[in-house]
Write a protein that binds this ligand. Structure first.
Ligand SMILES: [Zn+2]
Length: 241
């Protein structure tokens, strides 16, 4: 069930997949020497200036009830009585385990208890990047969102539609958009490259904080250290202009 596998607290989570080849040739680039079709257009590299990329606004409902639930969650888990995300220090990269942007949106929009931890508010992420590289923003940057246990009080969440780390690293359009979005955000907030992490790295973040005992070691399998080392290597080559 897609819901049960949705990233960011969707539940039970991401399967422990091996990153077989992070530099794999993306699907759809099969060579056809005799074909008259023109070569695929090259994917432009991400901006090296920290400029804001094109973002499609697709907000999920975040009415006062959800904000109050977010504040109560922050109080329980972090001892912070607020639903507001201020001065974020971390960016967490995820993949969705859902097959499309629509399915991802439909997972995050309803304010219902998540299937893994059975808590309110519903899980969400600030951004979702579709398989064609389109960047959607679902939640304003000044609101906390439930995507990573232990870090929601200070982390911006970026989801990528797909089922593996390679769905991010092996799809040039997704990777280009992801790096552009992440670089813009890290430049905007002064977030260090080392604090751009994969969900699977959450427990080793110096910002990890969790007051609920049964969740102190909880994480998911998406975006592992080996993948994020490649990602951070690319990100570190981009400047803030
Ligand atoms: Zn995740």
């Amino acid at each position: 069930m897609a819901l049960a596998l949705a990233g960011c607290g969707g539940g039970g989570g991401h399967q422990a997949k091996t990153v077989s080849d992070a530099r794999a040739i993306p699907q759809g680039t099969t060579a056809t020497p005799a074909s008259p079709t023109p070569p695929k257009p090259q994917v432009k590299p991400p901006s090296t200036t920290g400029a804001k990329p094109t973002i499609v606004q697709k907000p999920i409902p975040f009415p006062p009830k959800r904000k109050a639930e977010m504040a109560a969650y922050a109080k329980r888990h972090y001892g912070i009585d607020s639903y507001k995300l201020t001065n974020p220090h971390v960016i967490v990269e995820h993949w969705t385990a859902t097959p499309s942007f629509t399915a991802t949106y439909d997972t995050f929009a309803p304010d219902v208890p998540d299937v893994e931890l059975h808590e309110l508010p519903g899980v969400c992420s600030h951004f979702v990047i579709d398989t064609d590289g389109t960047i959607y923003q679902l939640v304003p940057l000044n609101l906390m969102c439930r995507h990573t246990v232990g870090l929601n009080y200070t982390a911006i969440g970026i989801e990528h539609v797909g089922n593996s780390d390679d769905a991010v690293l092996g799809n040039p359009r997704v990777l280009r958009s992801s790096l552009a979005l992440t670089n813009w955000l890290r430049c905007k907030y002064g977030i260090r490259v080392q604090d751009v992490i994969g969900h699977n790295e959450s427990l080793t973040s110096p910002y990890h904080m969790e007051r609920v005992a049964r969740l102190k070691n909880q994480t998911h399998g998406d975006m592992r250290k080996a993948s994020m080392n490649i990602y951070r290597g690319k990100l570190s080559k981009l400047s803030c202009g």
